[in-house]
Design a protein around this ligand. Sequence first.
Ligand SMILES: Cc1ncc(COP(=O)(O)O)c(C=O)c1O
Length: 399
Amino acid sequence: MIYNYSDRVKNLKGNAIREIFALLKDPELISFAGGFPTLQTLPNKEIKEITDCLMNSEEALHILQYGSTEGYTPLRNTVASFVKRYGIENVTEDNVLIVSGGQQTIDLTNKCFVNKGDTVLCEAPTYLAFLHILKTYEGNAVGVKSEEDGISISDLEEKIVKCQPKLLYLVPTFSNPTGKTLSEKKRKAIAELTAKYNVMVLEDDPYSELRFSGERVKSLKSFDKAGNVIFTASFSKTIAPGLRCGYCIADKEVIRKLTIGKQATDVHTSSLSQAIINEYLKKGLFEPHVESIKKVYKEKKDAMAEAIKKYMPCDKIKFTDPEGGLFIWGEFSDNIDTDEIFKDVCLKTKVAYVAGSTFFPGENVKNTFRLNYSNATLQQIDEGIKKLGDYFKNLLGAK
Ligand SMILES: Cc1ncc(COP(=O)(O)O)c(C=O)c1O
């Protein structure tokens, strides 16, 4: 059989991180490569109790029946008030679409706004799956310079004028992959600038709830006066990713289009997952649970930052020190190709990272890497960073 794939997917490569997982079968290997929540933090007992209650309730059969594409009405209403915590006001049910994870909002937004050959701007580096999704819609990703406090506003304006993008995609808080947070001042400037040039913005926020130090920053959406910002978040990193439940907030008209896009994709998000999440929020379980997982992540992040100071050649590698989220980003001052050495590192140290090049749109940036701290134990963090540090010192000493 000759498989005549569409042009759209013919040249797509698998997600680099998923490919790395295949390499990570060795049980001795310490992986800083993934981005999963810590397994032991997932609230299985509470979810079991809620599910039992739901299945014994009068609603049980309706929950198991097909539902509406927009989402389970009680959850849409709960979310409409929930997002006040992000400074997003005046939201009604009509501004809410429940999605099967934030990833689906990225897909639907590209589906609804991007034609073949259209430019979409993003931070360089950015979330890998966004680049992958954009490729499937045959769009063209252009990177905006990244600074300590998020993207450069002057570079953004220059690229808007030059490339006339349809969309700007951002992970403004505890970005994946860098852990950086966009300042409130820049959020306001971006909302104004994109409104001025008629550019849609997708604000992807899976991580802001995982803040373990510093002050909460208002969402970019809270500065949106023109209706050009789509805000998306999910309960993957705060409750459980396996439930595949998130939401997006946007202008009514945009929600309608995204809903039509979703109809063709998966009809609706699992009603059982939606009802579970709704009960979880309504019972007041969210806040205490998030407080408890933040303690776990802070402890792990502190352990990794400490180990980095102790074992890494910090005069030759610059690391971010995030106030939340799941990732630390490393950048060599020397011209080290983190892709090229990856297999050797895995083999010799039995420690894995993700090479930074995978997160860059187009450009060939080779001297960076991402470390995740949520999936290793404190002991593995110390041990793994020591091994990596020794390898890097050796490598740099030999240069
Ligand atoms: C930046 C970013 N956006 C979106 C997602 C997708 O999350 P989900 O679809 O589980 O909500 C992730 C997951 O790691 C992410 O890091």
